[in-house]
Write a protein that binds this ligand. Structure first.
Ligand SMILES: Nc1nc2c(c(=O)[nH]1)N[C@H]1C(S)=C(S)[C@@H](COP(=O)(O)OP(=O)(O)OC[C@H]3O[C@@H](n4cnc5c(N)ncnc54)[C@H](O)[C@@H]3O)O[C@H]1N2
Ligand code: MOO
Length: 413
C-alpha cells in the first residue's frame, strides 16, 4: 500500500510491524527446566540427538518376523514370541517369530508380515497370504536420525511435538531462555471487574483477561497491576513500578487524544515515545516507547487502545511480534493467502482494515463472510472469527473479489 493513501500522521502497518520486530532485544540468560514445565518456552541452545532413532530395528506391525529366503509352501513354525521391551534375540533357522508393534526384530529376520496377511494351519505353521517384501514393516535403527544429528535449533518454541521428541530421546530437562516478565495495566475510571454488580455506564474490564490469556499463551510471566485510574499521578506511579519490576509494560486504554488519555503524556515524561498511531482499523492509536530506567533504551512500553477489538488487533499485528522477538523467537512475515469475499462493504479512509471473518468452505473454494459486527468495541464478531480479511485503505470490498486473508492460527503458534 502506498504511504500517500495513509491518514495523516499514521504509520503504515507493515512499517510499524517492521519497527517493532527490529526493536525487540532477546532476553539474556538461560534456565534449565523440566520438560513438563517447558511448553511454550524458547530453546536457549541447539540440541543434538543423544540416541539413534529408532534405537533398534523394530516391528511396525503386529505380525510375524521371518527370513524371506526360508518361506515355502510348507509354511514356517512359530518358534518364538517377541513383545515390545524384550531383548534383541536371534531367530532360529527355519522358524518365524510372533512379534508385536515396537518389539525388537530378531537378528536374522528380514521381513515382518502383518497378522491380517498370514494363515496359521492346524499344525500351527505360518503361511503368508500374498507377497512379502524384504525389509517390509521393519523400522530400522537410525532411519529417522542418528546420534549427534541436529534436533532443534536455539530460538525454537517448545510445542507439544517438540517436547515429545525430546522425551523420546530420554531428555528430562531443557535449556530455555528466561520467561519474559510483562507488567499488565488496564486504565479507565469506568472499568469494573467481572463478578462485580453491573452499573449502567460502567464497563466490565475485558482487556485484562484477554491480554493475560494472550500473554500466558505465549509463556510470558504476567505481573498484573490491575486497573489504574485515569489520572496522571496514578499512571506515573504505576509505570514506574512496572518499569522496575518487568521486562516489558503493556497497558490498555487512555492512548488516544482526549484529555482523559494520559498514557502518551506520561510516557513522554518518564521516557520517550517511539511511535504513536498506525494506519489500521481497528487499532489506530497504538503507542510504543520506552520508560527510562537509566539504561540506553530503558524498559519498552506498549500502549494498546482501550476498545477491546482494537487491543486484540494491536496485539496480533504489532505487540506479539515484539514479544516474540524479546523471547528470542524468529518472527516471520504475516501468513496470508487470497480469499473471495462473500459480502460487499465500503472502504476505510486512510486506514488498512482488518475485518473479522469466518471462512465458508461449502463450495469449491473458501468464501470469507463477516463474523459479526465490525465495531472496535464488538467482541462477539472477534470471538467467532477464523481470521482477518485485510483490506487496503480506501478500498471497497466487492463481493466475489479476492483479498488477503490472515488465518488466526498463526497468532497462537
Ligand atoms: N477524537 C478522537 N477520538 C478518538 C480517536 C481519535 O482519533 N480522535 N480514536 C478512536 C479510536 S480509533 C480508538 S481505538 C479509541 C481508543 O481510545 P483509548 O485507547 O484512549 O481508549 P479509552 O478512551 O480509554 O477507551 C475506549 C473504549 O474502550 C473501552 N475500554 C477501555 N479499557 C477497556 C477494558 N480494559 N476493557 C473493556 N473495555 C475497555 C472504554 O470504556 C471505551 O469505550 O479512541 C477513539 N477516540
Ligand atoms: O482504531 Mo479504533 O480501533 O478504529 O476503534
Amino acid at each position: 500500500m502506498s504511504c500517500a493513501t495513509l491518514a495523516k500522521g499514521l504509520l503504515d502497518l507493515e512499517v510499524a510491524r517492521a519497527r517493532m520486530i527490529a526493536a525487540a532485544e532477546p532476553v539474556r540468560g538461560e534456565a534449565l527446566v523440566a520438560l513438563e514445565q517447558a511448553a511454550g518456552r524458547v530453546l536457549a541452545r541447539d540440541l543434538t540427538a543423544r540416541l539413534d532413532m529408532p534405537g533398534i530395528d523394530n516391528s511396525a506391525m503386529d505380525g510375524y518376523a521371518l527370513r524371506l529366503a526360508e518361506l515355502s509352501a510348507a509354511g514356517l513354525p512359530v518358534v518364538m514370541r517377541v513383545a515390545a521391551g524384550a531383548d534383541v534375540q536371534t531367530l532360529p533357522e527355519g522358524g518365524c517369530a510372533r512379534i508385536f508393534t515396537g518389539a525388537p526384530v530378531p537378528r536374522g529376520a528380514d521381513c515382518v508380515v502383518p497378522q491380517e496377511r498370514v494363515r496359521l494351519d492346524e499344525a500351527g505353521r505360518m503361511h503368508v497370504v500374498g507377497e512379502a517384501k524384504p525389509g517390509a514393516n521393519i523400522r530400522r535403527r537410525g532411519e529417522e536420525y542418528r546420534e549427534g544429528d541436529p534436533l532443534l535449533s536455539a530460538g525454537w518454541t517448545l510445542d507439544a511435538p517438540a517436547l515429545a521428541m525430546l522425551a523420546s530421546q530420554g531428555i528430562a530437562e531443557v535449556p530455555v531462555l528466561p520467561s519474559l516478565k510483562v507488567a499488565l495495566i488496564s486504565t479507565g475510571d469506568e472499568l469494573i471487574e467481572p463478578g462485580e454488580p453491573y452499573v449502567p455506564g460502567q464497563v466490565y474490564n475485558s482487556n485484562r483477561v484477554m491480554l493475560k490469556a494472550l500473554l500466558q499463551q505465549d509463556a510470558c510471566d504476567v505481573v498484573d497491576l490491575g486497573v489504574i485510574a485515569d489520572d496522571p499521578d496514578a499512571l506515573r506511579e504505576a509505570f514506574a513500578f512496572a518499569r522496575d519490576n518487568a521486562d516489558l509494560v503493556v497497558c490498555t486504554g487512555g492512548v488516544s487524544v482526549g484529555e482523559e488519555d494520559h498514557v502518551r503524556p506520561v510516557l513522554d515524561e518518564l521516557g520517550g515515545l517511539f511511535f504513536h498511531g498506525v494506519a489500521m482499523k481497528p487499532g489506530k492509536p497504538f503507542a510504543f516507547g520506552y520508560l527510562d530506567d537509566g539504561s540506553p533504551e530503558g524498559v519498552p512500553l506498549i500502549g494498546l487502545p482501550g476498545n477491546p477489538v482494537a487491543s486484540l488487533v494491536g496485539w496480533h499485528m504489532l505487540a506479539r511480534p515484539f514479544v516474540q522477538g524479546c523471547q528470542g523467537r524468529t518472527v516471520g512475515p504475516l501468513q496470508q493467502y487470497r480469499v473471495r469475499a462473500g459480502f460487499s462493504r465500503r472502504g476505510s479512509p486512510g486506514r488498512r482494515e482488518l475485518l473479522r471473518v469466518t471462512l465458508d468452505w461449502q463450495g469449491d473454494h473458501p468464501v470469507a463472510m463477516l463474523a459479526g459486527g465490525q465495531g472496535s468495541h464488538m467482541l462477539h464478531g472477534a470471538s467467532q472469527a477464523h481470521g482477518y480479511l485485510m483490506v487496503a485503505a480506501d478500498t471497497e470490498v466487492e463481493e466475489g473479489h479476492e483479498y488477503p486473508y490472515l488465518p488466526a492460527g498463526q497468532f497462537v503458534d
